[in-house]
Design a binder for this molecule. Structure first.
Ligand code: HEM
Length: 509
């Protein structure tokens, strides 16, 4: 009896080990080799697959080498920001070539029409590594797919409707005037200031007030946790491509889990407080993002409270780091090209005089809009959009096997001299004087918010916030680059100035 039991047990162990070994062989050798063959047969160039690590060692080395560097403002900065992709493209003579994220082929795409088609086919091209996204950003829209995404997008779209944004605008104005007070207090001591932390506080305050009806100070711990999580991006990036890595009890994995759990507890508390206030019949905001989402979770509605928590977590990050990037690069460009600073200030004074900027006047800000568009062209916060094919699919004349990752290099397209002319690296908002369609010749070559069904849901919100913030700043200060400013854009999660943005601020009144 015992012998039979032992035999059965060892057979199970042998069978399980064989299955496991077959899976490993397939993941790390057979599958990558098959995909490589399929890609090469179509004439696509790329690095040969190297067992298990693929290009990861070289990829990380290139990030570590490039990241500390600073460059000239007039330099082409995408070869620095997207160093590894740039190297692959240069090696294989143009777009549509590939390298390896461990055992995963990553196709680099620089053809605008192909990118348009890929982002349109959201049913086939999904966001890659949803687990990593959930770990680093929280769940919600960004990592949802299929029916679940359709349901969530519909609800969240409603929260970003123009009517709702109208109600949120006064809260953005309030955040802007609080920032001006802080800047004035700091500039009274020294006119040279690193404005980056002020900008980060502003965008944090805006999303706290507009989304959750609370202030940045109340959300301080959330933003501290977000900062810690962003800092973990690099350690996690090195290994996340290994299947099962997330289950290993590494220091980074443990830390990121602890952050996630604390974040959810805080957000649950925020929601709980709002529920209690509603039960007591208090006058709580119903038109902020939280109010709208909670409305959809009431009485067994379309969203559960856990779904609401996930979306809130995502808004905190997606809604703050992105706009902060847009604002800080705008200030840097207005310093580097002071003639545009003068023109923008004159326009703001014409439209608002000495009054606080308000939503109603924003459509008169033509020059400010052109400036923001030019900044988004040169410094798109998401210089790359990532996708993964969930099944074999043909786009253009390329057949993409299932499980291929794609880097859609919008940052490179937006700085391609063949499209934008020889002065492509020059900050020249004039390009957008006749609108985006004219500037792009109706080509899909300017997509800082992406395009298609999964386009940025917060793009109107972001543009309203950016216009209000820049208009307020121009009314109160003139700006100049400090001699200590180092131009070092780098995409650590989002495109940001690595050494901050020390500027010389002069109060105007
Ligand atoms: C300058 C500011 C911003 C830029 C440049 C930007 C850019 C983008 C881009 C390129 C995407 C598409 C990514 C992809 O397809 O993989 C995206 C998606 C998204 N963005 Fe933004 N964003 C900005 C501001 C915001 C704000 C203010 C919010 C919210 C308050 C927000 C929330 C989101 C969400 C939830 C998604 C996912 C949409 C979906 O998958 O359905 N973004 N953003």
């Amino acid at each position: 009896m015992e012998a039979t039991f032992g035999l059965i047990l060892s057979s199970i162990v042998v069978a399980a080990s064989l299955t496991w070994a077959a899976k490993l062989l397939n993941t790390f050798w057979l599958r990558p080799r098959k995909i490589e063959k399929l890609l090469r047969e179509q004439g696509l160039g790329g690095n040969p697959y190297r067992l298990i690590v693929g290009d990861m060692t070289d990829f990380m080395k290139s990030i570590n080498e490039e990241q500390p560097k600073s460059i000239e403002i007039s330099d082409a900065h995408m070869p620095h920001v997207l160093a590894y992709e740039h190297r692959i493209i240069s090696t294989y003579g143009g777009g549509n070539c590939f390298y390896w994220l461990g055992p995963w082929a990553r196709l680099v795409v620089t053809d605008p029409e192909l990118i348009k088609e890929i982002v349109r086919r959201f049913d086939v091209f999904v966001r890659p590594f949803p687990e990593l996204t959930r770990t680093l950003v929280g769940g919600g829209l960004l990592s949802a797919e299929g029916e679940e995404w359709v349901k969530r997008r519909k609800i969240v779209d409603h929260a970003f409707h123009v009517d709702k944004l109208k109600d949120m605008a006064p809260r953005i104005v309030l955040s802007c005037s609080l920032m001006i007070q802080k800047l004035k207090a700091a500039a009274a001591t020294s006119c040279e200031l690193d404005v980056w932390p002020f900008i980060e506080d502003l965008t944090g305050d805006v999303i706290s007030r507009a989304a959750f009806g609370s202030s940045y100070e109340q959300g301080t711990r959330v933003f501290e946790l977000i900062r810690q999580r962003v800092d973990l991006t690099m350690p996690l990036l090195q290994f996340f491509y290994l299947p099962g890595y997330k289950y290993l009890p590494t220091k980074s994995n443990r830390k990121v889990k602890a952050i996630s759990s604390e974040m959810k507890t805080i957000l649950r508390g925020v929601i709980h407080m709002r529920e209690k206030a509603m039960e007591r019949g208090e006058d709580v905001p119903k038109d902020d993002l939280l109010g709208i989402l909670m409305e959809n979770s009431k009485n067994g509605g379309l969203m559960s409270i856990e779904d609401v928590i996930e979306e809130c977590e995502l808004f905190y990050l997606a809604g703050s780091k992105t706009v902060a990037g847009l604002l800080v690069w705008t200030l840097v460009m207005l310093c580097a090209y002071p003639e545009w600073q003068t023109q923008a200030r004159e326009e703001v004074n014409r439209v608002f005089g000495n009054s606080e900027p308000a939503l109603q006047g924003l459509h008169h800000l033509k020059i400010v809009t052109m400036i923001l568009q030019e900044v988004l062209r040169l410094y798109p916060t998401n210089a790359v959009i990532y996708r993964c094919s969930s099944e074999e699919v043909k786009v253009g004349n390329v057949t993409i096997p299932a499980g291929v990752h794609l880097s859609l290099l919008i940052g490179l397209i937006q700085t391609d001299p063949k499209i934008w002319g020889d002065d492509v690296n020059k900050f020249n908002p004039e390009r957008f004087a006749q609108g985006v369609a004219k500037a792009t010749n109706n080509q899909p070559v300017f997509t800082p918010f992406s395009s298609g069904p999964r386009m940025c849901i917060g793009h109107n919100f972001a543009m309203i916030e950016a216009k209000l913030a820049i208009a307020t700043l121009l009314q109160h200060f003139s700006f100049q680059l400090s001699p200590s400013y180092k131009h070092a854009p780098f995409a650590l999660y989002k495109l940001r100035p690595q050494y901050g943005a020390p500027l010389i601020l002069r109060p105007l009144h």
